[in-house]
Ligand binder design. Structure first.
Ligand SMILES: C[S@@+](CC[C@H](N)C(=O)[O-])C[C@H]1O[C@@H](n2cnc3c(N)ncnc32)[C@H](O)[C@@H]1O
Length: 659
C-alpha cells in the first residue's frame, strides 16, 4: 500500500472502486460471523462504518476469530456499497485487499508498548515475541515477528538468522504455508550448520506440496544425521509409498475404503496422471486425452481433491446462502459455499497453487490477467474468478461410490458434498462417455468403460443424461454454456422438433400413470399392461433411421420400471425381456447373439441402471436354467461394479447381499 493515498470514510463515493487509495481504522465491536464477517470500524477522527468481509469463515482462520475487537485494519481500494436494507457498508471481497493487525495479538501488544515508549525493538526482542506467539499458537503473528527479527538482525549474524529461519519454518509448516516452510527450512542450513530438524521440516513441507521425490531426499538426509529417530524412517516410508502410487498407479484400495468415515474423507495418497495428457480440442476448448492404449476397466486417472469440504448433506440448506458474486443466482448448498470459502483460503495461503488453479476454465468471466500474481508480498486472489471456476469445474460426490451404489440398490438416499479436482477438470462431457468417475473419500478414481486407443479424447458424463435431447440441450446450455456435439446429440438433432415433443408428452403421460399407484403397493396387472402398451408406443416414436444403434434415453425409465415390476412378480421371461430393453436403451444393441452375451462397450453406457439390468438378467437366466448366460451376465455386472465404485472392494459383499 506504500504507493497509495490514504482516504477517509467521509470521502468515499457509493458503488465506486477508489483506485490507488487505502483507508485505516480500528474495529470497535466483536465480529458477527456467518458466511460473511461483519463488524464496525472507527477511524481516528471518530467516523464509523460497517465493514463486511465477503470471503472468510471462522473455521478456516488459523489463530482464532478473524477481526477481533480492537484490531487495526488497512483496506486497499475501499468499496462502499448501498445494501438492500438502505445501509451503506464497506465491502471487501478479495482477501488481498485487507491487512489486519489483530487487537488480541500478544506480540502486537508487546511491540505497541515498545513503540509507545519510543524504544527501538531489537532483533532479539522480535525473536522472543515470535516465540511467545508460537507458544500461544498464534502462528501468523509468530511468522511476522520472526520476519522482523531476520530483517533487523545485523548482516554478519548468520547463526542468529539461521536459527530464526528454522523457527519460522516450523511456524509456516503449522500454519500450512508449505512453500515458505520449505524455503525457510533450507535457509536455516549452511555448510557448517546442518540440522536434522530443518530437513525434517523441509521434508514435511515438500510432502504436503506433493513433491514426494524431494520429500524423500530430505527425510533421507535427516535419517543420515540421526539414524535412531524412528520418525524419519516412518516419513521416508510414507514418501516412498506416494512415489510408487505416482509412478505406477498402484493403490491399496482396501485400506483407502476402510479409512473413509464420517470424520475422515481426506486421504493421504498421491495423484496418478500418467495415462492422461492435456491438449486442445477442435470444439471443446482443452480436453484430456489418452496417453497410451487403455483397456476397458483400467485406471485412467486417480486424483486427490484440491479442496473437498467434509460437509455432506441432502438437499438445499438455508443456513449458508451465498450469492454468486457476479451473477444473480444463489449457491445454496452448504457444501458449495464451504468449497468456495476453502478454495479462497487455500489459494491465499499457498501461492504456488495459483497458476494451476487460475488456468482452469472460468466460463465467460473476464480476467484481469493479474490473478495468481503476488503484490506487496500478498497473492492476488480474485474471488469472483474463484467462484466462476468453481461453478464450471466442481463435482458433487458421495463419501464412497460404493455406498452410493448400495444406497441405490436399497432405494435410499446418500448425502453428497462437492469438490474440485484440478486434472479431472480438463475432462469434457459426452452423453456416451468412455470413462466413468467414482469417489473414495477425496480421491476421484476414473476408469475406462471401454477400450480407449492412445490419443483418443477422454470424456465422462457431467450429469447422467436420462433425459430427452431437448432437456439435455437446455441443461448443458444453462449450466455450462455449451452445446454438446457427442455422437448421440449430433445424431438426435436430426430428429424433427415435433418428434422430440411427441416423445416428451408420452413420457409425461407414462409418469402420470406410474405415479397413480401408491408407493409400496402391489401394482395391478392391468396397470403394468397399460404401461407396457404406452412404452411400445414410445418405442415406435423413435425413428429407426436415427436410433438404430444409438441409446434411446427416453425409454430407460419405463423399461427399468417394467423390469422391476416383472422381477417382483417373479416372471423371469418378462424380466429378461425388459432387462435387455434397459441395456438396449443405454446403447447395448443386440446384447445376446447366438445364445451368447456380447456387450459392445464402445456403444453402450455403463451406469448403475445398466449394472442392475445385468443383475436382474443373471437372476432370471438362473431361474429358467440358462446357467451359462446367467454367469456371463454376472461377470459383466462385476466388471461394471469396479468401474462404478472405483475398485473391486466390496464386490463379494454386494453380490452376496443381492442374493
Ligand atoms: C470442466 S471444463 C472442461 C475443460 C475445458 N474444455 C477447458 O478448456 O478447460 C467445462 C467446460 O468445457 C466445455 N465443454 C465440456 N464438454 C463439452 C462438450 N461436450 N461440448 C462443448 N464444450 C464442452 C464447456 O465450455 C464447459 O463449460
Amino acid at each position: 500500500m506504500v504507493d497509495q493515498f490514504q482516504i477517509s470514510l467521509v470521502d468515499l463515493k457509493v458503488e465506486t472502486h477508489h483506485r490507488g487509495c487505502f483507508l485505516t481504522a480500528k474495529t470497535i465491536t466483536p465480529p458477527y460471523q456467518s458466511t460473511e464477517v461483519v463488524t464496525i470500524i472507527e477511524e481516528e477522527n471518530g467516523n464509523v462504518a460497517q465493514l463486511v468481509l465477503g470471503f472468510q469463515d471462522d473455521s478456516l482462520s488459523i489463530s482464532g476469530p478473524i477481526l477481533p475487537v480492537n484490531s487495526t485494519v488497512a483496506i486497499k481500494e475501499p468499496y462502499c456499497k448501498f445494501t438492500s436494507k438502505g445501509d451503506y457498508v464497506i465491502r471487501v471481497d478479495h482477501p488481498s485487499d485487507i491487512a489486519v493487525l489483530r487487537g488480541d495479538d500478544p506480540a502486537v501488544v508487546l511491540i505497541m508498548q515498545f513503540v509507545a515508549e519510543g524504544k527501538e525493538v531489537t532483533a532479539m526482542q522480535w525473536k522472543s515475541a515470535g516465540d511467545k506467539a508460537y507458544l500461544e499458537k498464534n502462528y501468523a503473528s509468530a511468522i511476522e515477528c520472526y520476519t522482523q527479527a531476520i530483517d533487523s538482525s545485523s548482516p554478519g549474524n548468520l547463526a542468529f538468522k539461521q536459527d530464526v529461519h528454522r523457527k519460522r519454518a516450523f511456524a509456516n509448516l503449522t500454519a500450512k504455508f508449505f512453500t515458505a516452510a520449505k524455503d525457510d527450512a533450507l535457509a536455516s542450513c549452511s555448510e557448517d550448520v546442518i540440522d536434522e530438524k530443518a530437513y525434517y521440516c523441509a521434508g514435511r513441507a515438500a510432502y504436503e506440496l506433493g513433491d514426494y521425490t524431494k520429500s524423500k531426499e530430505f527425510f533421507e538426509n535427516a535419517s543420515k544425521l540421526n539414524p535412531k529417530d524412528s520418525r524419519y524412517k516412518k516419513e521416508l516410508k510414507r514418501a516412498n509409498s506416494r512415489i510408487k502410487e505416482q509412478e505406477e498407479g498402484m493403490y491399496d484400495f482396501d485400506s483407502m475404503i476402510a479409512s473413509v468415515n464420517e470424520q475422515n474423507v481426506h486421504l493421504d495418497h498421491a495423484d496418478w496422471t500418467k495415462n492422461t495428457m492435456i491438449k486442445s480440442t477442435l470444439t471443446r476448448g482443452r480436453g484430456l486425452f489418452a496417453a497410451r492404449d487403455i483397456e476397458a476397466g483400467e485406471l485412467v486417472l486417480c486424483e486427490k481433491a484440491l479442496c473437498l469440504p467434509n460437509r455432506y448433506d441432502g438437499e438445499e440448506g438455508s443456513d449458508l446462502i451465498m450469492y454468486n458474486l457476479n451473477t444473480t443466482s444463489k449457491t445454496q448448498r452448504p457444501a458449495q459455499t464451504a468449497l468456495f470459502l476453502q478454495l479462497v483460503q487455500k489459494l491465499y495461503n499457498n501461492p504456488h497453487l495459483n497458476k494451476s488453479f487460475f488456468d482452469l476454465d472460468g466460463g465467460s468471466y473476464i480476467r484481469s490477467g493479474k490473478e495468481g500474481s503476488v503484490v506487496d508480498g500478498v497473492p492476488i486472489v480474485d474471488t469472483f474468478l474463484v467462484e466462476a471456476i468453481r461453478l464450471t469445474n466442481c463435482f458433487s460426490c458421495p463419501r464412497l461410490s460404493l455406498e452410493l451404489l448400495k444406497a441405490r440398490l436399497a432405494e435410499t438416499d446418500t448425502e453428497l458434498s462437492t469438490g474440485l479436482w484440478r486434472r479431472a477438470a480438463y475432462l469434457n462431457h459426452s452423453c456416451v462417455p468412455n470413462c466413468s468417475r467414482a469417489f473414495i473419500g477425496d480421491m476421484m478414481v476414473i476408469r475406462a468403460t471401454c477400450n480407449i486407443p492412445s490419443g483418443t479424447e477422454l470424456v465422462h458424463q457431467y450429469s447422467s443424461p436420462d433425459e430427452d435431447f431437448i432437456a439435455r440441450r437446455e441443461f448443458f446450455q444453462s449450466h455450462w454454456g455449451f452445446e454438446c456435439d457427442c455422437r448421440l446429440c449430433a445424431t438426435e438433432i436430426q430428429s424433427p422438433e415435433a418428434m422430440h415433443q411427441k416423445r416428451r408428452e408420452l413420457v409425461a403421460k407414462i409418469k402420470v400413470e406410474v405415479l397413480k399407484s401408491p408407493v409400496n403397493t402391489r401394482i395391478p396387472g392391468a396397470t403394468i399392461k397399460h404401461i407396457e402398451r404406452l412404452t411400445k408406443k414410445l418405442e415406435d416414436l423413435h425413428e429407426a433411421s436415427i436410433y438404430a444403434s444409438l441409446p434411446r434415453l427416453f425409454l430407460v425409465h419405463p423399461t427399468v420400471w417394467l423390469a422391476e415390476q416383472y422381477r417382483s412378480l417373479r416372471n423371469p421371461s418378462k424380466t429378461l425381456k425388459y432387462a435387455f430393453e434397459v441395456l438396449r436403451n443405454f446403447g447395448f444393441v443386440h446384447a445376446v447373439r447366438e445364445g451368447r452375451l456380447e456387450l459392445d462397450y464402445e456403444k453402450g453406457i455403463v451406469n448403475s441402471e445398466s449394472f442392475n439390468a445385468l443383475r436382474y438378467a443373471a437372476e432370471a437366466y438362473l431361474a429358467v436354467g440358462k446357467v451359462e448366460l446367467s454367469s456371463s451376465c454376472e461377470a459383466e455386472a462385476r466388471r461394471m461394479f469396479a468401474v462404478l465404485t472405483g475398485c473391486n472392494v466390496g464386490v463379494e459383499e454386494v453380490f452376496a447381499w443381492l442374493e
